[in-house]
Design a protein around this ligand. Sequence first.
Ligand code: SF4
Length: 180
Amino acid sequence: MAKPKVASDWLAGCAGCHMSLLDIDERIAQLVELVDLRATPITDLKEPDKDGVTVGILEGGINNTYNEEVAKKMRSRCKILVALGDCAVFGGVPAMRNFFTLEDSLNRAYIETPSTDASGKVPSSPELAVPTRVRAIHEVVPVDVFIPGCPPDADIIFFALSELAQGRIPKLEHKNLMWN
Ligand code: SF4
């Protein structure tokens, strides 16, 4: 039987959730026995297969129009969508930007920080994605599995992916989320 295909991508986050996935260490060999790892930020393929994947995983919140496109494409190409980490589950750290105006946030990031030189300016180009309010993944597309944590523990990620690979929706009960 063909192995289930798994794809992932990262949006408005820090890449820490994918680093936690890599923290499963040698168990990644067990995982690739169970699944066909397709497009991810840590493989060469950059888009989920056009004919679809079984599991799509998104890290990070939705911060701009490009993030929206990526999330919608992943949703349309996967059977089960996983929101990985606090940013994906409820907006997390990037959603702190929602307490400020976009103009204030951009000025702070590109002009006012101590590390920015006096000629700092906010980038502007029609090619750049348009910033939006920061949203959790489920505010833009339906999500099937939520894995909270910042980042989620590697053991939890391994458990969830192993369950998904064997056709089961992982039960992330309180006792599971207490793993360390
Ligand atoms: S949940 Fe934490 S580790 Fe994951 S992307 Fe967000 S800030 Fe980074």
